[in-house]
Design a protein around this ligand. Sequence first.
Ligand SMILES: CC(C)(COP(=O)(O)OP(=O)(O)OC[C@H]1O[C@@H](n2cnc3c(N)ncnc32)[C@H](O)[C@@H]1OP(=O)(O)O)[C@@H](O)C(=O)NCCC(=O)NCCS
Length: 144
Amino acid sequence: MGMHLRRADADDLAALLVIESVSYPEPWDEATFRSFLANPSAVCLVLVDEPGIIGYALGLTSLGMSQLLSIAVFPARRGSGLATQLLDALVAECRARGASYMRLEVRSANRSARRLYDAYGFSMIGLRPRYYGDDDALIMSLNL
Ligand SMILES: CC(C)(COP(=O)(O)OP(=O)(O)OC[C@H]1O[C@@H](n2cnc3c(N)ncnc32)[C@H](O)[C@@H]1OP(=O)(O)O)[C@@H](O)C(=O)NCCC(=O)NCCS
């Protein structure tokens, strides 16, 4: 079938947890993913290629606003525009659900993610000092 994007479902939990564990110092657990997959306001998209899921993006949309909760690409596949593809699809889905902007929080030390969001057109609109204990959170926003 080649590389493609689709909605995540409960059968994807194991693969999502693998990407999560190699992407974040404090990965979400299975119960957290399960509750998002069951939440009608949540959109979880996966990027699939041989041999399976190589990335995911998770957003929440309600009352015309959307939030990017998480985006991750399997380490060996980073730097090839895959997160940008995931963001494109997530933005399209959030827009279709009536959102007019998307917000996110990112660790100030997360250079790859900040480059991704800057290149995508997000603007910094706020700062939460020491939000992560050891690091500040930057708040960024994109008009959809
Ligand atoms: C952040 C993350 C999702 C980026 O995934 P990716 O597939 O490598 O991103 P892309 O290839 O789509 O990058 C998009 C742009 O960001 C920039 N960029 C991303 N990673 C970069 C890197 N390591 N070095 C240089 N530029 C980078 C580039 O400008 C790139 O644009 P280009 O491809 O036109 O040059 C990935 O590094 C990841 O999974 N990190 C761990 C999880 C995480 O921190 N998520 C974000 C939480 S807020």
